[in-house]
Design a protein around this ligand. Sequence first.
Ligand code: ADP
Ligand code: ADP
Ligand code: ZN
Length: 208
Amino acid sequence: MKLILLGAPGAGKGTQAQKLVEHYKIPQISTGDLLRAAVKAGTELGKQANEYMTAGKLVPDEVVIGLIEERLKEDDCKDGFILDGFPRTVAQAEKLEEITDIDAVVNIAVDTSILLDRLTGRRTCKECNAMYHLIFNPPKEEGKCDACGGELYQRADDNEETVKSRIETYNESTAPLVDFYRKKGKLKEVDGQGAIDEIFQNILKVLE
Ligand code: ADP
Ligand code: ADP
Ligand code: ZN
């Protein structure tokens, strides 16, 4: 099963990807997570990427394509994978076609008006990257991950100003991928508003 999760920032890609990992026992590959790891490690690539991420802009195609190419060569990707946050441009999607054959693309559709609240309230576990929301999906104990007890943090780019720029970037560069994959007959559409578990069940249904 080689899957892509498409959707605006805050649509719920990461949240649903984590549930799909458990269900299908295949890895989640998030270019955002890979880039944040490079930023944290202070590598040259991380330093370059950080400027774009802080501005809510896309990191150049060559950089993320390089990261994905390396990641997909790893052993755990043999039986499939879930791409979360890649591709984000038509150029990335075309390059991906050369690298591998994707089975399905799930577009998690949400209204733009809900994205700001979703993103500014998002909290992430430092240890295992599990996703929470202060209001919509709070942890049992404040500031602490239910799954591993790790500390929750707020991403630097989940502030109002950067979020607005990320949404514009999405509309300009990433939204065209919906048509791109529809034309290829790979697109599955799911309503991304409602309870997290309900959305998950709908994703499983469209993938059957
Ligand atoms: P979101 O939760 O908004 O979907 P991600 O964690 O996927 O955010 O991405 C965070 C940031 O990392 C993006 O705003 C962008 O700067 C960069 N990024 C992630 N994936 C890509 C990609 N495929 N192409 C270019 N930039 C990317
Ligand atoms: P993405 O990876 O697409 O940027 P996330 O999965 O990180 O999105 O979700 C963004 C925020 O919205 C997180 O705080 C998450 O807990 C919350 N969230 C995800 N799905 C839902 C939902 N169905 N209803 C309400 N909040 C949600
Ligand atoms: Zn955790």
